[in-house]
Design a protein around this ligand. Structure first.
Ligand SMILES: NC(=O)c1ccc[n+]([C@@H]2O[C@H](COP(=O)([O-])OP(=O)(O)OC[C@H]3O[C@@H](n4cnc5c(N)ncnc54)[C@H](O)[C@@H]3O)[C@@H](O)[C@H]2O)c1
Length: 371
């Protein structure tokens, strides 16, 4: 914690699963630095249940605008369905509050650029929750790869093979472009390939496929991609909600070592394995082990990093161009899958159908009437 640290007034917007189960514990873990003063939900029952959990001193509101006017929080945590993220993030930024919003931050690159403009106008920052970047294992792997200690990255696999049943898709905001923004590419695999992009740096080209094999959704329920990175590495990416044996995995083969992460919904140090190449001396490989202090990937870890940035008045990680790159990857994956063409970084700009909507108005994939 910085010496200039002050206790920030925080409000949460949306009091469902992720806010109750992950943001509230994160706020409690950082109680010396934050004070939860207000909660907003349009569902009075959920709001009441959350306030019972969080404490009666947390003021309850059913309107975000009324909360912002009355409370003027310094930081707003947003955990509402994805279609609301842009509007609510912009509303908070307009009051000068910083924002930490759940993934996906927006439904499209066009929406993302509206947030960038609102940041510029307000001087405050909006970050997106990608908690897997922030555990100690990921921080260590990032340092080893970025410093060149493992040698040049050459081949990578990024796998989100999860399972979601019919009941999961009965929640009304799931499975449509307008409310969820996409299928496992936008909602599930985005965590893992965000971490892959964080570890490997900028990508240059993507060739992808997507299919709707099982669920009655507008969006895909599986996607796969081949990716070329600026550093020359080639990667495969799989995003699935059709996989009975669930696992989240990243494997990066560098010149001097293979680094592997295997977990499901969150990682700890023991989930990272380094295997040296035959030519690497064992003393050198021993030094790669993740340091003993174990910070699991979590909302708590990300909130701490955001508060450090807030105290120092600097752009937090997971915001601005950094977070836009992950969303651009999603847009490019969809564009390549739906058009059958390779897509290059930077090509989806205003005027491109995949800029305002991930479905790109493609006739097979654009929204249909739901029964
Ligand atoms: N980071 C992660 O690992 C992770 C995991 C699960 C979900 N999420 C994300 O979190 C978000 C919420 O998911 P969830 O599973 O908690 O959903 P949820 O349905 O349990 O909760 C959403 C809440 O938002 C409320 N809400 C709806 N409209 C509102 C409005 N206008 N103002 C205020 N509140 C409103 C709902 O009443 C509900 O209580 C999604 O973007 C999802 O992708 C992230």
């Amino acid at each position: 914690m910085s010496a200039r640290s002050v206790r920030r007034k925080v409000a949460v917007v949306g009091t469902g699963s992720i806010v109750s189960g992950s943001h509230l514990p994160a706020l409690r873990a950082h109680a010396e630095r934050v004070e939860l003063v207000a909660a907003v939900d349009v569902d009075q029952g959920r709001l009441d249940a959350f306030r019972e959990l969080a404490g009666a001193e947390v003021a309850g509101y059913t309107s975000m605008g009324a909360m912002l006017d009355a409370v003027r929080p310094g930081l707003v945590l947003i955990g509402t369905p994805p279609s609301l993220h842009k509007e609510q993030t912009v509303a908070a930024l307009k009051t000068g509050a910083w924002v930490l919003c759940e993934k996906p931050l927006t439904l499209s690159l066009a929406e993302y650029d509206e947030i960038a403009a609102a940041e510029e106008a307000s001087g405050a920052y909006a970050s997106v929750v990608f908690q897997h970047r922030y555990g100690s294992g990921a921080v260590h792997a990032h340092e080893l790869i970025a410093s060149g200690e493992l040698g040049a990255p050459r081949v990578a696999h990024c796998q989100t093979t999860w399972h979601r049943d019919e009941a999961y898709y009965t929640v009304p905001w799931r499975g449509t472009w307008a409310s969820e923004g996409g299928g496992p590419t936008m909602g599930h695999g985005i965590h893992q390939y965000d971490l892959l992009l964080h570890l490997l740096g900028p990508w240059t080209e993507i060739r992808a496929m997507a299919a709707r094999l099982v669920h009655d959704t507008e969006s895909e329920d599986v996607s796969t991609a081949l990716v070329r990175f600026e550093n020359g590495a080639l990667a495969t990416v799989v995003n699935s909600v059709l996989s009975p044996d669930e696992v989240s995995r990243i494997r990066i083969d560098c010149a001097d070592a293979t680094v592997e992460l295997t977990h499901l919904y969150g990682h700890r140090n023991e989930d990272w394995v380094y295997t040296p190449a035959p030519h690497v001396a064992s003393e050198r490989a021993a030094a790669w082990r993740t340091p003993a202090a174990d910070a699991p990937s979590s909302h708590t870890a990300q909130l701490g990093v955001l508060l450090d940035a807030y105290d120092n008045g600097v752009r937090p990680p997971g915001s601005g161009p950094d977070a836009r790159a992950t969303l651009e990857f999603a847009a490019a994956l969809y564009k390549s899958a739906f058009t059958g063409q390779p897509v290059h970084a930077g090509e989806i700009a205003p005027g491109d159908p995949y800029y305002p909507a991930m479905h790109g108005d493609h006739p097979h994939w654009a929204p249909k009437e739901r029964a």
